[in-house]
Write a protein that binds this ligand. Structure first.
Ligand SMILES: O=C1C[C@@](O)(C(=O)O)C[C@@H](O)[C@@H]1O
Length: 209
């Protein structure tokens, strides 16, 4: 199970690295100060692969600028990380980001629950500009959850799927068992409702083997 620990404070990276996650996600939209300086310092502090995410407010984050501002912020940072999370709304800048030698995590987060055909169309759209599609949805029923699990199982790999909200948070531990590439956790400060601590997720993963 590949575990991503999301952080919003550069000072926490040392402690997070002690848990040895597969990736550390830097939530640039939740960080204060000079982002480039902080990412450079984090790169020097750890060899754990890094994901840079500048999450729009529309998709659950705090960034409210346009796509060009997004690129001006993320572009110089890209060379210091391994993966950049690029929401569909910023996809025009994906080739430039890719040229920095990183993988593109093409993401879409919706508070809705797409139908199975819609999930397929979203996946196709995300794959048109990214290396790994990431689809985060809000299931409203067990049927919705079954649809997401079936989609994850059947989808071309790699694919990353996850859920919003607390009602079906257990799905965070199930989706990687059905083929989702990553599971997002925290190591003290959740960056989204329903996230498990990395310690808890490792226990779940061990018990579900
Ligand atoms: O897209 C995701 C998933 C996430 O929102 C979650 O629900 O764990 C956490 C975010 O930091 C990350 O960028």
């Amino acid at each position: 199970m590949k575990i991503v620990v999301s952080v919003e404070n550069a000072a926490a990276v040392g402690e997070v690295a002690e848990y040895n996650p597969t990736f550390i996600e830097l939530r640039l939209d939740r960080m204060e100060g000079d982002l480039l300086d902080q990412v450079r310092a984090i790169r020097e502090k750890t060899v754990i692969p890094l994901i840079a995410t500048l999450r729009s407010r529309d998709e659950g984050g705090r960034f409210v600028g346009d796509a060009d501002l997004w690129a001006r912020i993320v572009g110089p940072i890209a060379r210091y990380v391994d993966i950049v999370d690029v929401e569909a709304r910023y996809r025009d800048h994906a080739p430039f980001i890719k040229s920095q030698g990183v993988q593109i995590l093409a993401s879409l987060h919706t508070n809705e629950m797409p139908t199975p055909p819609e999930l397929g169309r979203i996946e196709e759209m995300l794959r048109s500009y990214g290396d790994i599609p990431k689809i985060v949805v809000h299931p409203k029923s067990r049927d919705d959850l079954f649809d997401l699990i079936a989609f994850t199982h059947r989808a071309q790999k790699p694919v990353c799927t996850s859920i919003m909200g607390a009602e079906f948070r257990y799905a965070r531990a199930i989706l990687p068992l059905l083929g989702s590439e990553f599971v997002y956790c925290h190591a003290g400060t959740p960056t989204a409702e329903g996230q498990y601590h990395i310690r808890e997720m490792r226990q779940l993963a061990d018990l579900l083997k």
